[in-house]
Design a protein around this ligand. Structure first.
Ligand code: DHB
Ligand code: FE
Length: 281
């Protein structure tokens, strides 16, 4: 049986990818950001899974106002890094797992969550920046990735509760796959940030740290926070945080081991938050 060993949570600020690609990680502005991921890169070497189920959001790259799936699962064998206006990032092609993704789609849809099936898409910074933060700059990503795109860009967005419940269904789907795969589930995006309007630049350290505390110890309660609270407290793009609840919902009911926790302000316009939670055997 496939089993989830751990979940990883991280922001996906595009400027982090640019800093890495342009060799600026040692600059005083970026050094403290990347330092927070030194532990994580070693941990990934020690805990490389077979497959990462990577929950992220597309930023009007593969999708647009012409088509807005709430939840979309990538069932392809490969995904190219997207050109988001400055050329594609110089990172490896992302290898998928069509058979496993198709099993998860079947299980989750029969479990009453209506997913959109995607057989071709390019992946943007929402997916590639977390991979870069956790793996550095390898020639090839060391495992397969199933991209799972959530609409947190165009209202209406899914609630935290819906995301948390969906995570549980994804956990059941993974547990019912008959290959002995070591699987991690990642929740990405956030933390507090607002990129536009009069409140652009908003950061809320108190909200973010409370979110991290509750994601670890009180995910059931955290799932009940309505979307308007995210927008008011964490800024218009802070709503990306509901994706972390999908990953948390897929974890086992036992309290997880907190392997790593990191928080840093600022990176571009965003508060960077990062957690690694291990499922207890
Ligand atoms: C920034 C953060 C994001 O999450 C994003 O998608 C784009 C930009 C930023 O802080 O610059
Ligand atoms: Fe974003």
């Amino acid at each position: 049986m496939a089993h989830i060993t751990a979940s990883v949570y991280t922001s996906h600020v595009p400027a982090i990818g640019a800093a890495l690609d342009q060799g600026k990680t040692g600059e005083p502005y970026w050094q403290p950001v990347f330092k927070g991921y030194d532990f994580s890169k070693q941990w990934m070497k020690d805990h490389t899974p077979d497959v990462i189920f990577l929950v992220y959001n597309d930023h009007a790259t593969a999708f647009s106002l012409e088509m807005i799936p709430t939840f979309a699962i990538g069932c392809a064998d490969r995904y190219q890094p997207a050109d988001e206006g400055y050329g594609a990032r110089p990172v490896p092609m992302v290898e998928g797992d069509a058979e496993f993704a198709s099993h998860i789609a079947h299980s989750v849809i029969q479990d009453d969550f209506d997913l959109t099936i995607v057989n071709k898409m390019d992946v943007d910074h929402g997916l590639t920046v977390p991979l870069s933060l956790m793996f550095g700059q390898p020639d090839k990503w060391p495992c397969k990735v199933i991209p799972f795109a959530v609409n947190v860009v165009q209202y209406p967005v899914p609630s935290g509760q819906r995301c948390y419940n969906l995570g549980k269904a994804i956990g059941r789907a993974i547990a019912s796959y008959d290959k002995p795969l070591n699987v991690q589930i990642w929740g990405t995006g956030g933390m507090s940030h607002q990129l536009q309007g009069p409140r652009a630049g908003l950061i809320n350290k108190e909200f973010d740290n409370n979110f991290l505390d509750r994601l670890i110890a009180d995910p059931e309660g955290l799932a009940k926070v309505p979307h308007i609270d995210y927008v008011r407290e964490a800024g218009s793009e802070g709503i990306e945080l509901v994706m972390w609840l999908i990953a948390r919902g897929a974890m086992s009911a036992k309290p997880p081991k907190v392997a790593h926790r990191f928080y840093h302000v600022p990176a571009s316009n965003t508060a960077v938050g990062h957690l690694i939670l291990e499922n207890q055997a």
